[in-house]
Ligand binder design. Structure first.
Ligand code: FES
Length: 162
């Protein structure tokens, strides 16, 4: 099996755990994505057939929710906040720096599939209340600490694809 071949037997295993109805679509998509790191077209066709849900409906759901990806993702995802609070504190320059450093634009993945870069509307940590949940920041590499990010109100989170 080549690097780009998709093992659909894994999708079949997922499908066997769920009832054959549209209500199973989102959990099946989530599990399938956890297998591949994204949702390959072949897997979507198999899910459509397996749940007896129109392929157009499957694509509709996948493209509606930001949690689903149609292209292969990097091992790590760098998320830069473009929310208002971060914007007024220079969030755009952080995004530009990340783009330059990684050599990709928003929504793209480095050729070595190590990093994907994406922007988010708000990481939910731009106020003292939100700052109680710094899990995404704790996982980040480097020496900047959570309170440094809070002070600057410019947030970047690092994470692996789920
Ligand atoms: S605006 Fe950036 S974390 Fe909320």
């Amino acid at each position: 099996m080549g690097e780009n071949d998709i093992d659909l037997s894994k999708v079949d295993e997922v499908l066997r755990k769920y009832t054959k109805e549209e209500a199973s679509l989102i959990p099946v998509l989530q599990e399938a994505q956890s297998l591949f790191g994204y949702l390959p077209q072949e897997a979507l066709v198999r899910i459509s057939e397996g749940l007896n849900v129109a392929l157009s409906r499957v694509y509709g759901v996948v493209t509606f929710y930001a949690q689903f990806y149609l292209t292969r993702r990097g091992r790590h995802t760098v998320r830069v906040c473009r929310g208002t609070a971060c914007h007024v504190r220079g969030g755009k320059s952080v995004l530009d720096t990340a783009k330059d450093f990684l050599g990709v634009n928003d929504g793209e993945t480095t050729p070595d599939f190590n990093f994907s870069l994406e922007t988010v509307a708000c990481l939910g940590t731009c106020c003292p209340q939100g700052a109680r949940d710094p899990r995404s920041i704790r996982r980040q590499k480097g020496r900047l600490r959570w309170r440094d990010y809070c002070r600057r109100r410019i947030l970047i989170s690092f994470g692996s694809p789920s």
